[in-house]
Design a protein around this ligand. Sequence first.
Ligand code: ASP
Ligand code: MG
Length: 407
Amino acid sequence: MALIVQKFGGTSVADADRIREVADHVRRCRQRDDQIVLVVSAMGKETDELLRLAAEVSPTMPGREVDMLITAGERKATALVCMALHDIGVPADSFTGSQAGFLTDTNHRNAKILDINPQRVRTAVDEGRVPVVAGSQGVSTGRDVTFLGRGGSDTTAVALAKALGADLCELYTDVSGVFTTDPRVVMSARKMSSISFDELLEMTATGCPKPAMRSVEVAGRYGVPLHIRSAFTWEPGTIVTQEDPTMEQAIVSAITPDDSEAKVTVSGVPDEPGIAARLFRALADAGVNVDMIVQNTSADGVTDISFTVPNEQVEVATAASQALGADIGALGVITDASIGRVSVIGAGMKSNPGVAATMFETLADAGINIEMISTSPIRISCVIAEDDLERAVVLLHSAYELSNSTH
Ligand code: ASP
Ligand code: MG
């Protein structure tokens, strides 16, 4: 008998039929003798719809009220899923995040989990019932309802699995697992049967949209085994686990495309101590989340500093850079929103030479210019023109033979 936390995303519970299918799946799992805890997202595009409504009513959208509003989406889904379970003879209880014991900080719209006291969830399981927990929410230290942010239900599920000491956390979604690259870009992209936490974390940090990066961080930190799988075909998906040191790791596992960032270049800044410190302090104070950073070697005592930021933050980043640039005597600030980033990810690159050379040769042969490069022990990313992004992904996917590898 295994204790399994199963999380269902918005599309998986989008309408009455889907909700009944999910309930039926839970019934089948219980026949196998598994104990099931459910976490559900808001139905379909409901979170987007509630946020749109809030923006229509209020230009300021106070955080406390926004959270009260959007957490209603998940709450509604839990009640409906419970009703469907009751009707097929499965005893079930819905719980809000607060009832399920999620204590968070007071940072509305993006609250962090501080502690979980899943007493009521545990009792329901012990009594042979199925607890159905509203995803992405909790109650703050100030006793207000909080929302954990977009994609927060994945984090709810993983954190709950850890708190309950569950054997497995299954994230059900509308794709059948984690692919070697975006299947919309490369038709021969292959579903991986397994991947390591570290690799999936790098993938989600560089453009892979699911699961939410935060949930992978939490799963990796606490060693919660994940299974990412389809709520439509119910076929086995991708298992995410700790790297197995006894196994040879695939040299390259995946290629991720990302067009969500823009590049800002501050040119002609004095090459002296403290300049980068002041620039990035000013950006941090403006709330800008900087990703890649490159500083060129200086000529004549001046240099260029380039960095990437999320597209949504490009105006703020540019304004902050211009203000500081004027102060420090920089020549100017140039912004380029039409950049793309392509990343090559694989745990095996730690111990195998030539991965970077292959990447750069592949891009060079295609006449694609590299504007910035950054690496981690298991990732190489290149910033290129956004127009070249899809071509780069297709070529790299085939250069590393990802369509037909057996990993
Ligand atoms: N419904 C919320 C969202 O779309 C939370 C979640 O599904 O994870 O972001
Ligand atoms: Mg872009």
